[in-house]
Design a protein around this ligand. Structure first.
Ligand SMILES: [Zn+2]
Length: 202
C-alpha cells in the first residue's frame, strides 16, 4: 500500500516538474523546436512519410480527414485565395488527368443543366483523348488550351456529345448550332463529326 502511495506521489511530482518546465519555458521550447526542425528537416519528413504510408497511419489520417472535412475545406479555400497562382496551377494539373476531367465535366453539367446522373465515364474521356488529337472544329494543334465542348449545348456530356476543342473555338461557338457556326467560320465538317452531330441531336 505504502509503495503504491509513494509511486503515485512520485508520478504526481514528476508531472508537476514537467508541467512547470513546459509552461515556464514555452518561448524557449518553441525556439528549440524550431531549431530542431530546421536541423532535422529531412529525417522528420522521412519519418512522417513512413508513418503516412503505414497502414495504421493511413487509417488515422483518413479518420482525421473524415472528422474534419469542413475545417479542411475552409482552410484550403483560404489558402487558395491567398495563393491564386498556385491554386490555378493545381486546378490545371488536376483537370489534365482523365479522372479530373471526368469529375470537372460532370460538375459542370450538374451546375449548368441540373444533371444528377451523368453518362460521362472515364472510358469516354480516354476514348476522345485518343480520337481528338487536334481541335475538332478549326483543326489546329492544341497549344495548352484543350477544352471539352458539348456538340449539342442543350444536352449533357455523353458518348456522342463531347469533343475536344481549342479554347478559342469553344468560346466562339458557345451555344450556336455546330453546323451553322462551322459554315459561318468556313471550317470543313468531317463525316465523323457530322455523325456525332446527328447522334448528339437525336
Ligand atoms: Zn479550334
Amino acid at each position: 500500500m505504502i509503495i503504491i502511495l509513494r509511486t503515485i506521489r512520485y508520478i504526481y511530482k514528476q508531472d508537476l516538474i514537467i508541467n512547470s518546465m513546459t509552461t515556464n519555458n514555452k518561448e524557449d521550447r518553441k525556439k528549440w523546436d524550431k531549431k530542431y526542425r530546421e536541423n532535422n528537416g529531412d529525417s522528420i519528413k522521412e519519418s512522417q512519410k513512413k508513418y503516412q504510408d503505414s497502414d495504421s497511419g493511413k487509417k488515422i489520417i483518413k479518420k482525421w480527414r473524415d472528422d474534419n472535412r469542413g475545417k479542411i475545406r475552409k482552410s484550403s479555400k483560404e489558402y487558395d485565395l491567398k495563393n491564386p497562382d498556385k491554386a490555378k496551377k493545381r486546378f490545371k494539373k488536376y483537370y489534365n488527368t482523365d479522372k479530373g476531367t471526368v469529375n470537372m465535366l460532370r460538375k459542370h453539367d450538374k451546375r449548368r443543366l441540373g444533371i444528377k446522373k451523368s453518362k460521362l465515364t472515364l472510358e469516354i474521356i480516354q476514348t476522345i483523348n485518343k480520337r481528338d488529337k487536334v481541335c475538332v472544329y478549326c483543326g489546329k494543334d492544341f497549344n495548352d488550351d484543350i477544352e471539352h465542348d458539348h456538340i449539342n449545348p442543350f444536352k449533357p456530356f455523353s458518348r456522342y456529345n463531347i469533343v475536344r476543342a481549342c479554347s478559342e473555338c469553344n468560346k466562339d461557338k458557345s451555344r450556336a448550332d455546330m453546323i451553322q457556326w462551322m459554315n459561318f467560320k468556313k471550317y470543313g465538317i468531317s463525316q465523323k463529326l457530322l455523325d456525332l452531330y446527328k447522334k448528339a441531336y437525336k
